[in-house]
Design a protein around this ligand. Sequence first.
Ligand SMILES: *[C@@H]1O[C@H](CO)[C@@H](O)[C@H](O)[C@H]1NC(C)=O
Ligand SMILES: *[C@@H]1O[C@H](CO)[C@@H](O)[C@H](O)[C@H]1NC(C)=O
Ligand SMILES: *[C@@H]1O[C@H](CO)[C@@H](O)[C@H](O)[C@H]1NC(C)=O
Ligand SMILES: *[C@@H]1O[C@H](CO)[C@@H](O)[C@H](O)[C@H]1NC(C)=O
Ligand SMILES: *[C@@H]1O[C@H](CO)[C@@H](O)[C@H](O)[C@H]1NC(C)=O
Length: 382
Amino acid sequence: MVLNIPSLSFLTLIFLFSSPLAETIDFSYPAVFNFGDSNSDTGGLVAAGIGESLDPPNGQTYFHKPSGRFCDGRLIIDFLMDAMDLPFLNAYLDSVGTPTFQKGCNFAAAGSTILPATASSVSPFSFGIQVAQFFRFKARVLELLSKSKKPNKYLPLEGYFNQSLYMFDIGQNDLAGAFYSKTEDQVIASIPTILLEFEAGIKRLYDQGARRFWVHNTGPLGCLPQNIATFGKDPSKLDELGCVSSHNRAAKLFNLQLHALCRKLQGQFIDANITYVDVFSIKVNLIANYSRYGFEQPIMTCCGYGGAPLNYDIRISCGQTKTLNGSSVTAKGCNDTTEYVNWDGIHYTEAANQYVSSQILTGKYSDPPFSDKMPFLLKLKF
Ligand SMILES: *[C@@H]1O[C@H](CO)[C@@H](O)[C@H](O)[C@H]1NC(C)=O
Ligand SMILES: *[C@@H]1O[C@H](CO)[C@@H](O)[C@H](O)[C@H]1NC(C)=O
Ligand SMILES: *[C@@H]1O[C@H](CO)[C@@H](O)[C@H](O)[C@H]1NC(C)=O
Ligand SMILES: *[C@@H]1O[C@H](CO)[C@@H](O)[C@H](O)[C@H]1NC(C)=O
Ligand SMILES: *[C@@H]1O[C@H](CO)[C@@H](O)[C@H](O)[C@H]1NC(C)=O
């Protein structure tokens, strides 16, 4: 991976001087509250102890051991926290070791959906539950703060709740999961219902004082080896990038409606700021133009089993050993994770997450766009 600060700063400078319309926004927040799925889960689902575990080589790149993240290293949220000069978020569900929540709390859990979970859901912590967990968190914090005059380094201050950044990255599992039992038309027809649930959660947060919202749209899920292996066996189902067309069409329609919802809410909540971030475009550009960004494998799984073209077998996840056809096989990591966009068939590598984060921080993929991230970009630890 060739990505260094001088080239990044240079590109940012070009952008700064070429986009006079971009708004400047204040990128300093006392704390961050995040809601989402595995794309931003920093340890929630694993801590929940409901059967999901992560084995090495997960976490090998940065944490040097499994870190509760479905990745070899850091996630987009980790890079964004770094850019905001805030520590990595601890998971709400991770209670051991006196984690500090002063600078925020992460309610995201892998496998989570916006719609309420069903018996077959990977995660019971759907969006509404995550929002409810936040309210429980806030109520407990306020109660504890009211009992003691001393500052508590483990808890946010009361005034943080209406100044913090509320981040969201959820919806991918609603779409990906629906394709197992629904036609493309049915999946698309369900999008307004999914987004009504999302809107209800955002409104509850707004009613409780949240004013700064940051919403990631959903990625090109048709480009994930898991979906290609399951839905792309017939080559006519694939687009020019080798991605499942139906899944990417659904993701695009979801994003169009999510974007419209963000604009509508921005109109209603005039004292709030809602930033919509087009992660889809960043990821599809990365997959299409991977070599330009220093990658060698745009789609093939780094940590998987089965070899080219996908190196993905749905029966055996990254780091696991299983008996297939009478012989014991292991889904191993690739030699150089920085050559791969995809980590385990469903999630991106740290190198890809770093690239995506650097693009988010240019401000040009967001609505409204922003441009004053320079001081924060320079703090990014590459
Ligand atoms: C929203 O953004 C505007 C323009 O950057 C800023 O002046 C205002 O303080 C922000 N409001 C909140 C609640 O962050
Ligand atoms: C934020 O909360 C503080 C204390 O909880 C309150 O004094 C202040 O008015 C609130 N600001 C807004 C914009 O709600
Ligand atoms: C790949 O890069 C080219 C040239 O910059 C650009 O026109 C194209 O839109 C990119 N592809 C995607 C899918 O973003
Ligand atoms: C298992 O063995 C059968 C028969 O030899 C073969 O057709 C099949 O491809 C094998 N499957 C795997 C996953 O190796
Ligand atoms: C990984 O490295 C080992 C040892 O250098 C080599 O034998 C193997 O072929 C490499 N695998 C790939 C996929 O490049």
